[in-house]
Ligand binder design. Structure first.
Ligand SMILES: [Zn+2]
Length: 258
């Protein structure tokens, strides 16, 4: 499977930087995981191809691009955009974003071809199909209802934590997989902001190292994601001190083949 973390911030020459403000992964050019930069960092071809979005949770850096993506495509959608999420997350989107005050309730609107937005609620621990991929959502430990994801395509299998603090169910689930091609794990804050990390249910490099003790796939590459952009260099330096596992950051804009 091909995975790309879409760029979200740009330097004074308009070039994408290493800093990640928003979260949106594109898998095999057709399925998006989270929608932070879904509207602003996709090409016209990608906009035509993406009809499935899987959400880990409803925080703005993970859903910001969703309203504008549907808005951009409203008249041209010949089939609805399908949004997969926990029922609690769907409720948050409908109550606080698509509420006619912040943005139109697209789930009630139709274009000339029919519906433009359809929700698909998933349950944790149960596999579900999205396009050619098989997903399993696992509860993680964040401030709001949130999941990590195990994503499978044939023999290829990856796990993404989404935003989280210290976890147990997620590790039980990934450890029970026969193999894993990659683990993508968050690390939002540097070590000196551990109190902020605790209060907002995120990890620091020190906490990440403690988490990795629970990870049994010792040969599996570990890619760090969701580093708060203001602390990128500091977190990177602290991650370089971690000796266990092959920990590296997931390069923004690079296509990975897993
Ligand atoms: Zn979050």
């Amino acid at each position: 499977m091909r995975l790309k973390l879409l760029p979200t911030s740009f330097d004074s020459f308009g070039c994408a930087t290493l800093h990640q403000h928003l979260c949106c992964f594109l898998i095999d050019d057709v399925v998006a995981v989270d929608a932070g930069s879904l509207a602003t960092s996709t090409t016209p071809e990608q906009k035509r191809a993406i009809r499935n979005v899987v959400l880990t949770h409803a925080h703005i850096d993970h859903v910001a691009g969703l309203p504008l993506f549907i808005d951009d495509l409203f008249v041209s959608l010949q089939e609805p955009l399908e949004v997969y999420a926990l029922v609690e997350v769907i409720d948050i989107l409908e109550t606080h974003i698509f509420n006619w005050k912040v943005y139109p309730r697209f789930s009630e609107l139709k274009n000339q071809f029919g519906e433009v937005l359809k929700y698909r609620a998933f349950l944790t621990g149960k596999e579900f199909k999205v396009a050619h991929l098989t997903f399993k959502a696992i509860k993680v430990n964040h401030k709001v209802p949130s999941v990590g994801l195990i994503i499978r395509d044939g023999d290829s299998r990856i796990a993404i934590t989404g935003d989280t603090a210290s976890m147990s169910e997620f590790w039980d689930a990934v450890n029970s997989e026969s193999k894993l091609n990659a683990l993508l794990i968050e690390c939002a804050f540097p070590n000196d902001l551990q109190e902020l990390a605790n209060n907002s249910y995120h990890l620091t490099p020190k906490l990440l190292e403690e988490e990795l003790v629970k990870f049994r796939h010792t040969e599996c590459p570990v890619y760090v994601i969701n580093i708060k952009p203001m602390y990128y260099e500091k977190v990177l330096a602290e991650l370089n001190q971690i000796n266990s596992f092959k920990v590296r950051t997931l390069q923004i804009g690079k296509t990975y083949e897993f």
